[in-house]
Design a protein around this ligand. Structure first.
Ligand SMILES: Nc1ncnc2c1ncn2[C@@H]1O[C@H](COP(=O)(O)OP(=O)(O)OP(=O)(O)O)[C@@H](O)[C@H]1O
Length: 758
């Protein structure tokens, strides 16, 4: 997904106020335009804008006024995070006057889950997406960097900047450009994270380490620029492709621009303000240069900030700017400056591109496979066909299309045979057959279930959770492994046969001829209708009765009895739910294998224990014998004792090793059980959703969609208090608070480094 292409996306967010400058700031109903007017009677204003027009109109991607944190995130950040999963880099920057709400937008309130900002929401989205994309494996790493007075600081350094008195320059955080990788920060620590809660922990930790100060406009003013980065790498689990994609998501909270007179800064804070204003002014110059396509040189290297952001400004990245402004009249000049910056940023071009890479090891494997195929082709060429025109190259699009047409003609009977030309052609023919079967299956499933359920929804009420649970266990006990496609197709064919039989039965019930066979069919049918709960076993398409039935001609749809929920579940498992169903089977197969290993190890341990007992009792006997009068027992009995002791020591070692192995395998069993449970729950819940939707008319589906939209827009206060993300947020915050308290008690003080002279 490409979130924004062409130009940088720009939004303006107005900080809520009871004293909105009505008449001076106007937000148009289109939600994209802000007009700003200057009063002609204001002396100060007239001085500052001498010779310029007295009103400005700014048209942006969106004007965010009185909008919740959730909506701001959804409009600004959500598409970029989604894009990151497709391999696009993304950057969101908050820019504006001090106190206008940049940190509130980016990090949000650390005390309130509902008011959390972009960073925690992005982490939530990332881990939810990872859970959803079961076909991919992901690795996520994060880093958090601060630029304070032109010095780069690692907010997540393994050695906390609070403890470390080494000057940051000596700790070696340097902006560098590497061929093929662009700008990298050498020395910045990257932290692998495996869960939302892990990541939130690090976010709170970094937030605690930031430099803040207090001045007239903001009690908690960030005195630095802050760059939070998430590095995501994803690889397909299903395709053995060498390709994989990476992306970097940067969330940038810039320090606030400030008028020194207004903030009343002095001393250290004055120095900070000077650095902040200087770097923002360079940022502005860089943006001007980027927006002007005639400029050949862009002064990225003027400051650490612009250098570090080089790839994010007009690079291959989806970039979005949030301009944070006040809505009050007294800040109109600064608001105007921010809006001009936003407009310039809007003119900067971006060229988002997917970061696709090749895994060399997998590529070698692929080439080796290719070589084997080519060799086979050669052997066919030489031995079977003796045909000079055998193709050794991969098939072209045109050849594949031709094969598809041939297969279609073969299937509809207009072509009697397909002649073999090469292994690749044979493989492509098989693939086309498979495709045709799958399409037919999908059609069958949808036609049968949707139309029948629609007709008689009330009759379909078995509790699938229970019947599914039993079925699943039965499969597991039967040692179910991953079903091959052909196996699935056989099951499918048998299911169809069973269904056809059932529809025939139903037909006979209403039009019975009174013959014994007809009666029997009637009984079967009524028995099925009276059963409120149908087990999987009863419906097992492989049961002998079903297999012995000759395939009956398919009755017209209106005579078919509606499939039971359990039957629909079977269809679901080979149709839309086939992926999760096959993962479940795989996991169950692994679980069974591990359980049998546990049994085997337990038996071995028992056997070793038996031997140990035996050796010990022999040794005991010898000891007793030695204690007896000498004439009864000869002295050479000492000799076997040495051998027995050696054997005993070996047995004990073996016993210990087996125990360790058993312990490990038991842990694996626990883990596998957990996975199987998760898959099972997911299969059933996905089926429930599918089943509900399949039985709806198009109008009902539309209504359901509208209702689900409504639910999403409910205020967050209505989220269940135990919503997992809220819990993670709460836990991580509490842990950070504890660390903060410990540090406060032990007298830690943030060492603010003197910046190197520039
Ligand atoms: N949209 C908003 N809704 C509610 N409160 C807000 C909003 N924007 C800002 N605030 C509040 O205003 C105060 C200042 O906001 P914040 O610290 O985010 O400003 P800033 O632009 O990051 O300032 P600085 O550049 O000085 O760090 C905070 O108390 C914050 O909670």
């Amino acid at each position: 997904m490409k979130a924004h292409s062409g130009n940088v996306g720009v939004f303006v967010r107005i900080r809520p106020t009871a004293h909105f400058a009505q008449g001076l700031v106007e937000c148009l109903p289109d939600g994209q335009t802000v007009n700003i007017y200057h009063r002609r009677d204001s002396k100060k204003t007239q001085d500052s804008i001498k010779g310029r027009p007295s009103s400005w109109s700014f048209r942006l991607e969106g004007v965010l006024q009185d909008v919740s944190q959730e909506e701001v995130y959804d409009r600004v950040c959500h598409p970029l995070v989604q894009g990151a999963f497709d391999g696009y880099n993304g950057t969101v920057m908050c820019f504006g006057q001090t106190g206008a709400g940049k940190t509130y937008t980016m990090t949000g309130s650390t005390k309130s889950y509902k008011q959390r900002g972009f960073i925690p929401r992005a982490l939530q989205q990332v881990f939810q997406e990872i859970e959803r994309r079961t076909d991919f494996s992901f690795s996520v790493q994060l880093s958090f960097m601060e630029i304070y007075n032109e010095t780069l600081l690692d907010l997540l350094s393994p050695v906390s900047p609070l403890q470390d008195s080494t000057p940051p320059s000596a700790r070696g955080l340097v902006v560098m450009e590497e061929p093929g990788r662009g700008v990298v920060i050498k020395g910045l620590s990257l932290h692998p994270v495996f869960s939302e809660e892990d990541a939130l922990d690090l976010m709170f930790e970094a937030d605690m380490n930031r430099v803040t100060g207090s001045h007239a406009l903001n009690r908690n003013s960030s005195r630095s620029h802050c760059i939070f980065s998430l590095h995501i790498e994803s690889r397909s689990r299903t395709l053995s492709e060498a390709k994989y994609v990476t992306s970097k998501l940067s969330l940038v909270d810039l320090a606030g621009s400030e008028r020194l007179g207004k903030t009343g800064s002095e001393g250290q804070m004055l120095k900070e303000s000077t650095y902040i204003n200087k770097s923002l002014s360079f940022l502005e110059q860089t943006i001007l240069a980027l927006a002007d396509r005639r400029r050949e040189h862009v002064p990225f290297r003027h400051t650490k900030l612009t250098h570090a952001l080089k790839n994010s400004l007009g690079g291959n990245c989806n970039t979005v700017l949030v301009a944070n402004v006040y809505g009050e009249a007294e800040h109109l000049d600064e608001t105007l400056c921010t809006m001009h910056f936003a407009r310039r940023m809007k003119n900067v071009k971006i060229q988002p591109a997917v970061n696709e890479h090749m895994d060399p090891a997998l590529q070698v494997k692929k080439l080796q496979k290719e070589l084997v195929t080519l060799k086979e082709e050669m052997s066919i060429h030489n031995t079977l066909l003796k045909n000079q025109s055998v193709e050794h190259e991969p098939l072209s699009e045109a050849q594949l299309a031709e094969i598809s047409t041939e297969v279609q003609s073969y299937l509809d009977g207009s072509l009697m045979e397909i002649s073999v030309k090469s292994i690749r052609q044979v493989e492509a023919v098989f693939a086309q057959f498979k495709l045709a079967v799958q399409k037919q299956e999908q059609k069958d499933v949808m036609c049968n279930t949707c139309s029948s359920m629609k007709k008689d929804h009330g009759a379909v009420t078995p509790d699938v959770k229970e019947s599914d649970g039993r079925g699943v266990t039965e499969e597991a006990e039967a040692g179910g492994s991953v079903a091959s496609d052909s196996h699935k197709q056989t099951r499918r064919a048998n299911t169809t046969a069973t269904k056809t039989k059932k529809s025939k039965d139903k037909h006979s019930t209403t039009q019975g001829d009174g013959s014994p066979s007809s009666k029997k069919r009637c009984e079967t049918s009524s028995r099925k209708q009276n059963t409120s709960q149908t087990s999987e076993k009863e419906l097992d398409p492989q049961e002998p009765e079903a297999q012995n039935q000759e395939a009956q001609p398919v009755e017209p749809a209106q005579h078919e009895s509606p499939p039971t929920k359990s039957e629909c579940f079977e269809d679901f498992k080979v149709g839309p739910g086939s992926k999760i169903s096959s993962i479940l089977k795989e996991n169950k197969a692994v679980l069974l294998e591990r359980r049998s290993l546990v049994r085997q190890l337990t038996e071995e341990i028992n056997a070793v224990k038996g031997e140990i007992d035996h050796v010990m009792s022999t040794l005991l006997q010898h000891k007793q014998m030695r204690a007896a009068p000498e004439d009864e027992y000869p002295a050479e009995d000492e000799e076997p004792d040495a051998a027995l002791l050696l054997q005993l020591s070996k047995l004990k070692t073996l016993y210990r090793l087996r125990h360790v192995a058993l312990h490990d395998v038991k842990a694996e069993v626990n883990y596998c059980e957990h996975l199987v449970h998760q898959c099972r729950v997911r299969l059933v819940s996905e089926f429930e959703t599918w089943y509900k939707t399949a039985s709806l008319t198009p109008e009902e589906k539309t209504l359901a969609l509208i209702q689900s939209d409504d639910t999403e827009q409910q205020p967050q206060a209505e989220l269940p208090p135990d919503a997992p993300s809220a819990q993670f947020f709460h836990n991580a915050r509490c842990r950070t608070q504890k660390r903060r308290d410990v540090r406060a008690h032990s007298g830690y003080k943030r060492l603010l480094q003197t910046p190197p002279a520039t």
